[in-house]
Design a protein around this ligand. Sequence first.
Ligand SMILES: [Zn+2]
Length: 241
Amino acid sequence: MHTLQSYSKRSSLKKKRRRLVVVLLAIILMILLIGKLTSAPEEEVVAKENTIPSALLPEKETRPAEEPTGKVVYLTFDDGPTTLTNQFLDVLEEQDIPATFFMQGIHLQKINLQESVKRATEEGHYVGAHSMTHSKEKIYDNGLFVSEMEETRSLIQAITGTNPKLVRPPYGSVPGLKNQHIRNQIAEAGIKIWDWTIDSNDWKFKDNPNQIVESIKSQTKRNTEVILLHENEQTLQALPT
Ligand SMILES: [Zn+2]
């Protein structure tokens, strides 16, 4: 009787312990889940840059060996060349700042603008491709992304003698480049996608260069930022600042 009692006591103790372990596991699981859920929005912000497979991102080894440490800002100007390109180059020369231009094929074909494109590369700026037509329908819906980029790259090569691998997807790589077929073509062509971390929204701020500067400042929080700008009048005015 005595042994039976102590056995049932031990057995109920075991059951209690097991229940305690189950409850503890459930609590740990809940804490982990809550942690994941609450950290999700932050992850999403970063995800915008990471949605393209690493194979499509600029390769580490293609970056300059003397890659600067600390805070770095890349200025990128889209949709040129324009009649303003030379003035952009003047400001950049004055400030001794190299920049990146993502140019559009239909503008590169304009003979009167080609001298400024050549000047850009001669003065140490990078000229990459930004498609021929900038048409969402043609580039993404009809899958002409790579062929338009290749055509634009050929134009840049003919004008400047450089062979740029970096391309900027019109409207950004999300959602257009979720298309697996286009992604495979990008990998095959060996071109590299370069999105941005800050959209200056400069095109919205006509006659208001200060607002462009404010818009950029309010979004600057990482050590390395890639700023999306365009070749327009108000951006040219904001550029020295
Ligand atoms: Zn554009």
